[in-house]
Design a protein. Structure first.
Length: 500
């Protein structure tokens, strides 16, 4: 196809700041599009900690500064630097102007608990492009609600034009659970039409039960909305997983404005042959995996064993289904059949969520009681690469998972995924190279539903444990490692969306 000018607008990007999978996608997809011949640039907030932590490869150059002339939005300044890659670099625009980003001194503080910064950031990007005019994108690709006001501004205040040129927008939902719901007074703050807070037929409205919803507005005003897997695109059109927006998303799908594209991974970044010394291995030479398993056991403090090594690597949240892991340990004693190596981060405080904090403490207790069989690292943990390489199985019991990257990364290292059949996990894990289970739960979860889910998960785990000691296992490892989930295989799907 004809090369396009594409601007990625993101709140995080690997190489600068990473909290979740969105950062990985922003980086890897951008470079994959560049390698396919497109002119790709990235815009993100200029977080204070980028300077404090030495994240910037070179001093940013001031490109533009000025008033936004939109409501009460403060002035903005746009700086340019570069995002380094393995073979090339991408131009990176850094947006200053809002106090929240100016005062974000650590990576943990990049996300604001209120919405004003996410009104200012996309408005500043558009005003810069409109007035600077040195480079105008054909497509602006926005990611998650933090950038969702850009399609709204573009198609209301800017009339669909940037520096007199029509510009199209793609909006990607990485996680529908975060929507940017706020008071309708935010419209006046951002210089936006107040009628956006009123009910309107169709989907071009931010109105949401007396408030405004930024993600709803992004879906309504963007040209195309994508999600990060085909199954998730279907799931979010239902009341069970639509998080209150299923009707809007269903309407978008009817209009041909909603599609799912499964995320990819950077195969070069996740390469078992690149592990150090005797740990390196490939699908045809697996000796290094045995050494990696031994090294992971040493790192995690687990005893030598011929049992399979089951790993979990996840943030500690309700979405990730780690309560089922605790139930499987507590009621099914799965540590008798496999060693368990858990790495997790981000527990709530006792004040924020005493129940989930209690689960965290319970897992610490289990690891202390059975140190040869269960290890839980929440600081000083092994590298992700070693964790995957040393594992025989990788558990992802997510209640919902828009796509998930861990299961695909783990397969590169011959760790067989065991997953709940939801979202991108359903799209990427099939019989032959993984195990999955269905769990038709209804929220809010009660004890019986949790026990049902645990039973289903344990049944899948027992199938994996049984296969581990048979010739079938080496076949599964080979199939898993040979799966090509690299970003170049996904680029044609995005090109089709951009062309449309």
């Amino acid at each position: 196809m004809t090369p396009l000018k594409i601007l990625m607008v993101v709140p995080e990007c690997r190489g600068m700041v990473q909290i979740g999978g969105l950062a990985e996608v922003a980086n890897a997809l951008s470079f994959a599009l560049q390698q396919a011949g497109h002119d790709v640039r990235i815009a993100m907030p200029y977080y204070r900690f980028l300077e404090l932590d030495g994240k910037l490869p070179q001093p940013p150059e001031l490109l533009w500064q000025g008033e936004l002339t939109l409501g009460a939005l403060p002035p903005a300044a746009i700086y340019q630097t570069s995002l380094p890659g393995k073979e090339s670099a991408l131009p990176l625009y850094l947006v200053k102007g809002h106090a929240w980003f100016d005062e974000a001194t650590t990576r943990e503080k990049i996300y604001s608990p209120y919405n004003e910064p996410y009104i200012h950031f996309p408005a500043a990007v558009l005003r810069f492009l409109d007035q600077h005019a040195a480079w105008i994108p054909d497509v602006i690709h926005c990611h998650d609600y933090h950038t969702g006001m850009l399609p709204v501004y573009l198609n209301t205040v800017f009339g669909g034009l940037v520096a007199g040129k029509p510009v199209r927008t793609v909006f990607t939902i990485h996680n529908l659970a975060f929507q940017g719901v706020g008071a309708s007074s935010l419209l006046a703050y951002g210089g936006l039409p107040q009628d956006l807070a009123s009910y309107a037929p169709g989907i071009k409205s931010l109105e949401y039960h007396g408030s405004i919803n930024i993600l709803k507005g992004a879906v309504g005003f963007s040209d195309i909305t994508t999600t990060v897997s085909e199954t998730y695109a279907a799931e979010i059109q239902t009341p069970a997983q639509g998080k209150g927006l299923h009707g809007v998303l269903y309407e978008a799908a009817l209009r041909g404005k909603l599609t799912g594209i499964v995320n990819g991974i950077d195969n070069a970044a996740w390469d078992p042959a690149a592990l150090e010394n005797e740990l390196a291995f490939s699908v045809n030479h697996l000796k290094g995996k045995l050494a990696a398993r031994q090294e992971l056991r040493r790192w995690m403090g687990l005893a030598e064993s011929t049992d399979p090594l089951l790993s979990v690597r996840s943030r500690w949240s309700y979405q990730k289904g780690l309560e089922l892991l605790l139930y499987a340990i507590r009621y099914y004693h799965i540590y008798h059949k496999a060693q368990i190596a858990v790495v997790a981060w981000g527990p709530p405080t006792p004040e924020q969520d005493p129940y989930y904090y209690g689960l965290w403490c319970e897992l610490i207790g289990w690891a202390a009681s059975f140190p040869d069989r269960i290890s839980f690292k929440y600081k000083d943990w092994p590298s992700t690469e070693l964790h995957y390489a040393g594992s025989d199985m990788f558990l992802m019991p997510s209640l919902f998972e828009p796509c998930g990257l861990g299961q695909m990364e783990a397969m590169r290292y011959g760790a067989i995924p065991v997953v709940c059949k939801t979202g991108g996990l359903a799209d990427t894990i099939k019989p032959g190279w993984g195990f999955s289970y269905e769990w038709p739960f209804t929220e809010p979860l009660d004890h019986d539903q949790k026990m049902d889910g645990t039973h289903r998960m344990v049944t899948a785990l027992e199938q994996a444990f049984k296969a581990f000691s048979t010739p079938q296992w080496s076949e599964m490892v080979t199939l898993a490692m040979n799966r090509d989930n690299g970003w170049p295989t996904r680029v044609p799907f995005y090109e089709k969306v951009y062309q449309k």
